[in-house]
Design a protein around this ligand. Structure first.
Ligand code: HEM
Length: 516
């Protein structure tokens, strides 16, 4: 190394001398990088690097790369510039972001919130460390290669009771503590639940997010609430929450989605009355590819019933490719004469509609929490990008049209989070019966409004990022993914149209004889 003052500090003049392909250095954020051996390996080619040899390449670098590129290639850094210190924030696992609006109000030090207690902060911190250090690297790998969550990761989540937290508050958490004592199961409330939904969504891998036991979180809840055989219920709960078995909710078919009356899968009782025999198909079943149990919506003698069906040789699952990763394990399923004992029925025969409806509130609320987290992450991406991207010699954020888009993104994110927290407070203070009575409408309206907001955020973000907003990988990777996948939240768990209509129909039902 020509001209090193000490092993780790150099003067700018010394860096300037290393400007040939035999010794090519550059400065990025006051740090010195030796790119000589990287010239041929650089994905952007050797020419661009040679053009900046010996110079300060900070602006050029952040115009084209995410900061994580520097974290990945930290081995190329040979020191810092004498008497200068790096300025760019170098996020570490578990860190809160200091970018305005990148965290909800309750996590911003200058604000307060009536909803959150110390145990909420503890859980948030522990979960974020787990997600950043453990879950996110696996999520990003699985999202890219389309394979399913590893048993090792499921075991880690089970050991920390994260699988149990996915079901929301309840007796299944009693006697357990989450993440090394961050919160006791008995104290776990809907704000802990909200934090769990939002922190887990921070893996920013939409297919994996659903592949991470989303099926169980919307089906085991029905088993817990409605299975009469309590011994079987508890045995199945234990298998799933320990991560040994996986479960999914199998309602939709190619023939019918929200229109439950149009379902064609049948469950016929055997002559002895001891079993149901199930025949039919299901489509778009999240986690279906790797599930051991299916909570299946079936036509029975006089109506619709919900039955827990264990996988056997007569259950066939085929992969469906959707616009997110096959890491979600989305399946087409055929049940061909599958025999199930009658104690696998959930609730009453022919009264399955009640079972399904009572399960929907938590599912829709949880989906809303996650998509708001995505909107927030995308807003943070746009704030950073428009600040670092230089166009016509100025940061992109100098353009009023870009600032107007940022304003809308912040407004959509903050407004929906505030409504979500208000509904979460209601969940916390109502019994399960009262939640079902009073919150179905508001949650339906919240979810459908939120996914309309997500549509606006995805659209604005994509335009801000330009070509990068439609490119997988690199600067716009989060925006591209959100733009490609936000529709999952607008469709799964009830479409925007159905949910908006539900909200208004329930409101009209409660109208007093009020007149203008
Ligand atoms: C420590 C120094 C650098 C490293 C480790 C590095 C690494 C990379 C990597 C991994 C990519 C692939 C895309 C991505 O992941 O974002 C890339 C792309 C690129 N790099 Fe670098 N790079 C460095 C410095 C530079 C500098 C100083 C320039 C000068 C302008 C440059 C220009 C480019 C270009 C033009 C691309 C293609 C961008 C695109 O497709 O949008 N790189 N670089």
């Amino acid at each position: 190394m020509p001209g090193a003052i000490s092993p780790t500090t150099f003067s700018r003049a010394q860096v300037a001398k290393n400007n040939t392909q035999d010794s090519l250095w550059c400065i990025i954020d006051h740090k010195v990088y030796d790119l000589t051996d990287f010239l041929d390996a650089h994905p952007g080619g050797n020419i661009v690097l040679q053009q900046l040899g010996g110079q300060d390449a900070t602006t050029a670098f952040y115009n084209l790369h995410r900061h994580e590129v520097l974290q990945k290639y930290s081995g190329l850094c040979i020191g810092t510039i004498q008497d200068e210190t790096p300025e760019v924030v170098d996020p570490q696992p578990g860190d809160l972001s200091a970018v305005p609006y990148a965290e909800p109000t309750w996590l911003s030090p200058q604000f307060s919130s009536p909803y959150y207690k110390p145990s909420h902060h503890q859980l948030r911190k522990a979960l974020r460390e787990f997600v950043d250090a453990e879950l996110k690297p696996e999520a990003q790998q699985k999202e890219a290669d389309g394979s399913y969550i590893s048993q090792e990761m499921i075991d880690k989540m089970a050991a920390n009771n994260i699988l149990a937290m996915r079901l929301g508050p309840g007796k299944h958490l009693h006697g357990k503590t989450a993440l090394g004592g961050a919160v006791k199961g008995e104290e776990f409330d809907y704000f802990h639940d909200l934090i769990t939904c939002q922190e887990l969504a921070r893996v920013l891998s939409r297919g994996f997010q659903d592949g991470n036991m989303a099926g169980m979180s919307i089906s085991l809840t029905a088993v817990r609430s409605w299975m009469k055989d309590t011994k079987l219920r508890d045995a199945v709960t234990e298998e799933c929450l320990s991560g040994k078995k996986k479960m999914s909710l199998a309602i939709t078919e190619a023939f019918a989605g929200s229109d439950v009356a149009g379902l064609r899968t049948t469950a016929e009782k055997t002559a002895e009355g001891t079993h149901y025999v199930i025949n039919g198909t299901k489509k778009w079943i999240t986690n279906g590819m790797f599930s051991d149990y299916f909570v299946v919506g079936c036509k029975t003698a006089k109506g619709f019933s919900v039955i827990l069906v264990p996988r056997d040789d007569n259950v066939e699952t085929k992969k469906i490719k959707t616009s997110y990763s096959t890491a979600a394990g989305t399946a087409f399923i055929q049940f061909d004469n599958v025999k199930v004992p009658i104690n696998h029925l959930l609730g009453e025969e022919d009264k399955g509609f009640q079972v399904i409806m009572s399960n929907f509130n938590h599912e829709r609320w949880a989906m809303t929490a996650a998509v708001i987290q995505w909107m927030r992450a995308v807003t943070e991406e746009c704030l950073k990008w428009s600040n670092q991207r230089i166009v016509f010699g100025k940061p992109l954020s100098d353009q009023p049209v870009i600032r107007a888009k940022l304003a809308r993104m912040i407004q959509h994110t903050e407004a929906t989070q505030a409504w979500l927290e208000s509904i979460t407070h209601q969940l916390n203070t109502m019994t399960y019966q009262l939640q079902n009575k009073h919150l179905g409408g508001p949650i339906g309206l919240l979810k459908s409004f939120t996914t309309r907001c997500a549509h606006e955020v995805a659209d604005d973000a994509c335009n801000i990022f330009g070509g990068r907003g439609i490119t997988q990988g690199g600067m716009g990777k989060v925006v591209e993914q959100f733009h490609r996948t936000y529709k999952f939240d607008a469709i799964l768990g009830g479409t925007e149209e159905i949910l908006s209509d539900l909200g208004v129909r329930l409101a009209i039902k409660q109208m007093p004889k009020a007149r203008l």
